[in-house]
Design a protein around this ligand. Sequence first.
Ligand code: HEC
Length: 130
Amino acid sequence: MRSAATIKVLGSALWALAFAPGAFADDIRVDKGRELAQLWCASCHVTSANQLTGADQAPAFQEIANDRTKTDKKLRVFLLDPHGGMPPLNLSREETNSVIAYINSMRPQKNQNPDPPDDYPDPDGPSTSG
Ligand code: HEC
């Protein structure tokens, strides 16, 4: 029956589409994050392999990416309310997601980096600064 075949083709096309936009959006996000990092973070952080220097106290983004305990969630919480030597940057939610996507794109084994569970031991211990 012809219509059944058509539906089948349509079905798999829709199936493919259902995944494609997500991946596409991620790429855009990583690009956006790279741009934001160069604009707003590079004065202190080394944000890419092409950048030679940053502030001594600020960890290079590659260093952050190499540390699996720095999960999306932790980065998000930190960026919403930075502390230590880092000033609050008032990033929007979308900007925050973009810089996190950019940092994630620098992770050593991209597809083998599932977020550790929430109870993953925090090497710094519980925060005492409130
Ligand atoms: C004025 C300098 C400065 C700017 C600008 C800055 N940072 Fe930072 N950032 C720091 C310093 C210093 C630290 C270390 C804070 C500490 O450990 O006490 C830090 C820490 C961090 C950390 C935490 C790393 C960790 O070890 O948990 C992240 C993530 C981060 N910065 C992301 C960003 C992003 C993203 C931007 C740009 C949107 C940015 N920073 C802009 C100075 C800066």
